[in-house]
Design a protein. Structure first.
Length: 419
């Protein structure tokens, strides 16, 4: 049986009321519902991770915009409470509790916002062991000399104070008495030296090839020096109460003759085949003596030594093999620096370089050593000298011309370089 018109109208009203209640809540029902959030606490795993949120300043309303009816101000988000389930789920009290006005949280569009730690330097508060070692150990200076030639022929007094002649790896001892004034020829085959012979002295020549010693001159003589080409030799001869400058041909010593009758203290070498470098009597001047026996130039010894050095008995001035403007000087300290051992009478020796044109004096540092009898190597890069340490032990040392590379060379003393 089909319902009538009245029954159909009643069903339509009943269905409409139910639809309004289930689909669109009435104003009364909506008023009873809380304005924010669910009515029960969400599970803990649903809470947002604070590290996954970026906090950015919110765009505040202009200060002249008054809040009132119809003009809402910035939205204020209360802190979320897990106990009551009230508040915005994006804020947790004590974790994201920033000022409510002016800041808001926003999830980035590209995904979770995380800090790229590789873009920041690694912070290490622990000291680096290598850095500490570098600070404690200063860098070791390296000499500028990289290519040099060690001497092939030398002569010296060995540990027993016996005269020795060394060529290559062969060392020969030269028997005899008290010897001094060693000079090796430039070809490395002969050696000139003086020897005591009672009340007088002799100038002798040692020949390496024949391994023999020959007497050349006898008398009050000393300080023989080969010429650059080994064709002549100069020496000091005591005549007329003073030490005069004499020379003789190397192949005929009987033709010895006086070059200058003036008084001299020592012969330091030859500046060229025709000029001798000498020290005048009483160590007054460093003088260049020409073939005519007259000085071509002179330098006062006090200007050479300056205020820090005094000449002393073992003053030695050696011209550089290839630079006549540079000399190597062995002298006594006027006041020995700290750490330099004294040798005799409270005195200590040192070495310095002197340039004639610029008059510049450069000290060669030799820590813990008193130095004397310095000689150039043939290449002019190395300096050999007799050094005495604090225990009074003497030996020959080598150092480069730039003041680096100091090392013990041999146990002997008074070394002379021939080749």
């Amino acid at each position: 049986m089909f319902p009538g018109a009245i029954e159909r109208l009643f069903l339509a009203v009943l269905i409409g009321t139910a639809g309004e209640t289930n689909g669109n809540p009435s104003p009364a029902a909506a008023a009873e519902k809380p304005p924010h959030g669910p009515t029960r606490s969400p599970p803990l795993h649903a809470l947002p991770d604070p590290a996954s949120w970026l906090w950015q300043p919110a765009q505040l309303e202009p200060p002249d915009r008054a809040e009132g009816p119809g003009t809402p101000g910035p939205r204020r988000l209360p802190a979320y409470s897990a106990r009551t389930g009230r508040g915005h789920p994006g804020r947790r009290a004590g974790v994201l509790d920033l000022p409510r006005q002016g800041f808001r949280h926003r999830r980035p569009r590209g995904g979770c916002a995380r800090i790229a730690t590789e873009l920041f330097p690694k912070i290490n508060n622990q000291p680096d062991q290598n850095d500490d070692d570098t600070k404690k150990k200063p860098p070791v200076p390296v000499s500028s000399v990289t290519k040099f030639q060690s001497p092939v022929v030398v002569s010296y007094f060995n540990a027993s104070q016996q005269l020795a002649f060394k060529r290559g790896s062969i060392v020969r001892d030269i028997p005899g008495g008290t010897d001094s004034d060693l000079r090796v020829s430039h070809d490395g085959k002969k050696l000139l030296f003086t020897r005591e012979a009672g009340a007088v002295r002799t100038i002798n020549e040692y020949n390496y090839d024949s391994n023999s010693v020959k007497e050349l001159l006898r008398g009050e003589v000393r300080n023989p020096v080969w010429s650059p080409e080994d064709s002549r030799a100069a020496y000091l001869n005591h005549q007329g109460g003073k030490w005069q400058l004499w020379t003789f041909p190397s192949n005929d010593p009987t033709k010895a003759a006086a070059l200058s009758a003036d008084a001299f203290e020592s012969i330091q070498g030859w500046s060229d085949p025709h000029t001798l470098l000498t020290v005048t009597a009483n160590q007054a001047d460093l003088a260049w003596i020409a073939e005519d026996g007259k000085p071509t130039q002179a330098l006062p010894i006090r200007d050479l030594c300056g205020p820090d050095f005094v000449p002393g008995a073992k003053l030695a001035v050696r011209l550089h093999p290839s630079n006549p403007d540079l000399v190597l000087v062995s002298a006594l300290f006027a006041h020995p620096p700290a750490g330099i051992p004294t040798v005799e009478n409270g005195q200590a020796g040192g070495l310095f370089l002197y340039e004639f044109r610029s008059k510049r004096r450069t000290l060669i540092p030799l820590p813990g050593l008193s130095a004397s009898e310095a000689e150039w190597s043939r290449d002019g890069f190395q300096i050999f000298f007799t050094g005495t340490d604090s225990a009074k032990r003497r030996a020959t040392y080598r150092i480069f011309w730039d003041g680096l590379g100091l090392q013990r060379y041999i146990a002997g003393t008074s070394l002379i370089v021939g080749l």
